[in-house]
Write a protein of this length. Sequence first.
Length: 198
Amino acid sequence: MEVKSAKFIISNTDYKKCPSPSMPEYAFIGRSNVGKSSLINMLTNYSKLAKISGRPGKTQLINHFLINEKWYLVDLPGYGYAKVSKKERNKWQLFIQDYLLKRENLYCLFVLIDSRLEPQKIDLEFINWAGEKKIPFAIVFTKSDKLTNHKIESNLAVYQKELNKFWDELPVNFVTSAVVKTGREEILEYIDGINSAE
Ligand code: GDP
């Protein structure tokens, strides 16, 4: 799929105020610093697209971008900020949960995982929660340029072993690098495939 246009539409904290759910939607989530903004910019080929949502005060919002006038890319707030208070975290959980559970046109949630790290409790908890709630999701391993192929494979195997403890079937996964653009075609083709099936 070629990305011909990408434009920022709206930011908010209430899924009911998101754009009318008339087009397929794909959301991106992960721990802060996992490489989400970089991945979104890499996918869309707009070097500053995700920065729009990165303006101070806008980081904790659901951000909608319209791609090719055909589908929405949604940048969700990062989870796992060590610095935010429990109250802030609960507030985050509520509006993101609402969005993830109730947004009817959410076709796939891409959960970003730093490929360099061992499975992190917060990521596993989130993945298991999404699975239990039957939210359609795929895993995106980021920053793969920082590892050798061998190390990537062994880290993915550790992840799969961890997920196998809870699930019979493993989610679709992508290995990406925003620096060398690994995984770009694969993710865009995956989205295109779902859009075409509609
Ligand atoms: P976000 O907080 O999840 O939006 O993460 P950012 O996209 O802002 O990235 C966090 C840091 O990781 C920045 O310093 C990026 O330059 C770096 N980074 C992001 N993606 C990659 C990648 O694919 N490869 C490498 N080497 N660094 C990356």
